[in-house]
Ligand binder design. Structure first.
Ligand code: BT5
Length: 223
């Protein structure tokens, strides 16, 4: 299902994959390093050598739960390595309160959905000191968690889980997501408990007065 292209260095695997997707191609693009790795809303994603930085071109009917599927695929793969990851909406995987992975999904529409490029970054085989100082407290890597797995082997694990999850019923994806999410988060300083996901992939939370709200955008923070 996935043709894998491995490049030594790219500005961003998402940008490269979007060009391929626009030309009608399907592939997985991997870069050993990225010089302009991207997070959401123009944020930077640091991508030193030793990490797993890749993008998958998907052509689903709807982009709704793709971000949840990608985060769950990372979570399942990291669990197989013996670690205890949690998901933070919309796109992060954490270990003991520290970010190990992020997902950036970008869609193209022309009347209908043309494609979704799902970019996944996993801090794998490099030491935390390779990241800028200001990120070290809030981040971790597989190496720092005492786990070693080759990046291509890790890629195989994640791709396998993406394939499996794409075949799952939406309700199962939502249920598994809920079981693996952080229970409590902060949004604009307010402490909220996480109830789950809507079928569009939005976050359902409850405030201190037990009032339910749906979060469609913004940066939530672990408590
Ligand atoms: C993300 O954005 O977490 C999405 C990251 C997606 C990266 C992949 S790598 C392959 C593909 N190609 C790309 O160009 N991107 C994708 P967001 O939730 O907006 O988080 C961004 C924030 O995470 C930054 O502002 C930093 O605070 C932090 N950060 C940056 N690099 C990090 C790293 N390597 N590990 C942990 N945190 C990092």
């Amino acid at each position: 299902m996935f043709e894998i292209l491995v490049k030594k260095s790219l500005p961003s695997t998402n940008t490269y994959a979007k060009k391929l997707a626009g030309d009608g191609k399907n592939a997985v693009v991997v870069a050993l390093t990225q010089t302009r790795g991207r997070g959401r809303n123009g944020k930077k994603w640091f991508s030193p050598k030793g990490g797993l930085w890749f993008s998958v071109i998907l052509r689903p009917k709807s982009p709704n739960l793709i971000q949840a599927i990608a985060s769950l695929a990372v979570l399942r793969s990291i669990k197989k390595l013996g670690l205890k990851p949690k998901i933070k909406w919309p796109n992060d995987v954490y270990i003991n309160g520290r970010k190990i992975s992020g997902v950036l999904s970008e869609s193209s529409f022309s009347g209908k959905l043309d494609y979704v490029v799902v970019g996944i970054g996993i801090n794998a085989n490099f030491a935390l000191k390779m990241l800028p100082k200001e990120l070290r407290k809030a981040s971790t890597t597989l190496a720092d968690e005492g786990v070693f797995i080759g990046t291509m082997e890790l890629l195989d694990l994640v791709l396998l889980e993406i394939k499996r999850l794409l075949k799952e019923k939406k309700s199962n994806v939502i249920r598994e997501w809920g079981k693996n999410s952080l229970n409590e988060v902060l949004l604009n300083g307010e402490r909220l408990s996480v109830c789950g996901l809507t079928k569009e992939g939005y976050l359902i939370v409850k405030d201190a007065e037990n009032k339910k709200k749906i979060v469609t955008e913004g940066d939530i923070v672990p408590t």
